[in-house]
Design a protein around this ligand. Structure first.
Ligand SMILES: [Zn+2]
Length: 383
């Protein structure tokens, strides 16, 4: 039977555990939503919140000047009228009238941090994307984002592509199409190596601003390792990644910032004017058509078309092949109006399923698809 540890040692290890939990809380907490919970009427100015101080022991009248100021970057609060301030844990102590140790324990539990045993958090936990914090982290400019994207793709391309290739092959997208679209994959076992290589190339701050890393300085692409880059004039400006596992939600993860272009828009650069170009939903449908020699560009979600993306389409005959659900039909009608407002026209094919399913289910899909396209263009011309 092991001897009980001396009391002083137990105390030291309890303190160590508290310190570790405190650090973990500070890495994980979303200060904005934490403080807003107690001060729902606080107003944000830059990286600060200002509001009435809710600390019960201060017994403020609830009227007059907002005396509480919160620094969202550091997570610190300050009550000017009572001259009391501190970090989020102190704030929690004051709000709930509990001890420091209890505040740490409750906050840790709330954030899903396992306190027992002092185990390191799993990679799945450590790699979780930060909660939304667009107010406090400056996004990267296009130049820096492109450098991060290019390096990330290069690092991943050096890893074993097999699982990614077979995932797409099961959806009728061959390896050559995958390569042409610059799609890359890395297996989970390469996660730490990919993370290390990215760390070697960029400052943590840069990686975090791009959304590649989280505030724990971990690569956020842990479950989502099949990468679909957006190339604009030969440069990767952005990417979205998909999980290849059936049970992972959400299925997609992306870098920070808005989608910069239609997916696969660079494929149009060398295409002859007056060619047929399909407007479809998502990466799979775009590459399904590309694999069969059709020119296609993809929207992220049915509603994702931006007006400034229409100009590069003007010299083509554009045919929408959106999903046959209500959202797809609404989007097609709206896009026809959007095109018309610019003096352009949009033909619409109505498939019985999405593009990928259509090509997987119909033996003569390519021929049928061409016939439907001709009919759609004729109908548009007759209008
Ligand atoms: Zn106060």
């Amino acid at each position: 039977m092991p001897e009980p540890r001396p009391e002083s040692e137990q105390k030291a290890s309890a303190q160590e555990r508290l310190r570790r939990l405190r650090d973990e809380i500070k890495r994980r907490i979303d200060y904005r939503s934490f403080y807003l919970r107690y001060c729902p009427d606080a107003r944000q100015a830059g990286a600060r919140l200002h509001g009435l101080c809710p600390i019960p022991a201060h017994a403020h009248s609830g009227k007059g000047h907002p005396g509480l100021s919160i620094d969202l970057q550091q997570g610190l609060f300050n009550c000017f009228s009572r001259g009391e301030g501190g970090d989020a844990i102190t704030f929690y102590e004051l709000m709930h009238g509990v001890t420091y140790a209890r505040a740490v324990g409750e906050l840790a539990r709330e954030l899903g941090i396992a306190g027992r045993g002092g185990r390191r958090p799993s990679l799945a936990t450590a790699s979780a994307p930060d909660p939304s914090e667009s107010e406090t982290v400056e996004p990267l400019d296009a130049e820096a984002m492109s450098a991060v994207c290019a390096r990330f793709l290069e690092v991943c391309r050096a890893e074993d592509q097999l699982e990614g290739v077979s995932y797409l092959a099961r959806r009728g997208i061959d390896a050559a199409t995958m390569r042409r679209a610059g799609v890359v994959y890395f297996p989970r076992r390469a996660y730490r190596r990919v993370m290390r290589r990215m760390r070697e190339g960029f400052a943590p701050e840069t990686l975090r601003r791009g959304g590649l890393f989280n505030r724990r300085e971990h690569l956020t692409f842990y479950r989502h390792r099949l990468l679909f880059p957006f190339f604009v004039e030969g440069r990767a400006l952005y990417l979205q990644a998909r999980t290849t596992a059936a049970s992972v939600e959400p299925r997609w993860h992306n870098l920070r910032g808005p989608v910069p272009a239609l997916y696969n828009v660079d494929a149009l650069r060398r295409l002859a004017s007056d060619s047929v170009v399909y407007l479809v939903e998502g990466f799979t449908d775009t590459l399904t058509l590309a694999a069969r020699g059709f020119a296609a560009v993809g929207l992220v979600g049915a509603g994702g078309l931006k007006e400034e993306w229409l100009a590069p389409l003007a010299r083509f005959r554009v045919v929408a092949a959106l999903d046959p659900d209500a959202a797809g039909r609404r989007a097609a009608a709206r896009y026809q109006e959007l095109f018309a407002a610019r003096g352009l026209r949009l033909a619409v094919v109505r498939l019985p399923s999405d593009v990928n399913d259509f090509f997987r289910q119909q033996p003569a899909a390519a021929l049928e698809f061409e016939l439907m396209t001709e009919a759609a263009i004729e109908m548009m011309n007759a209008e």
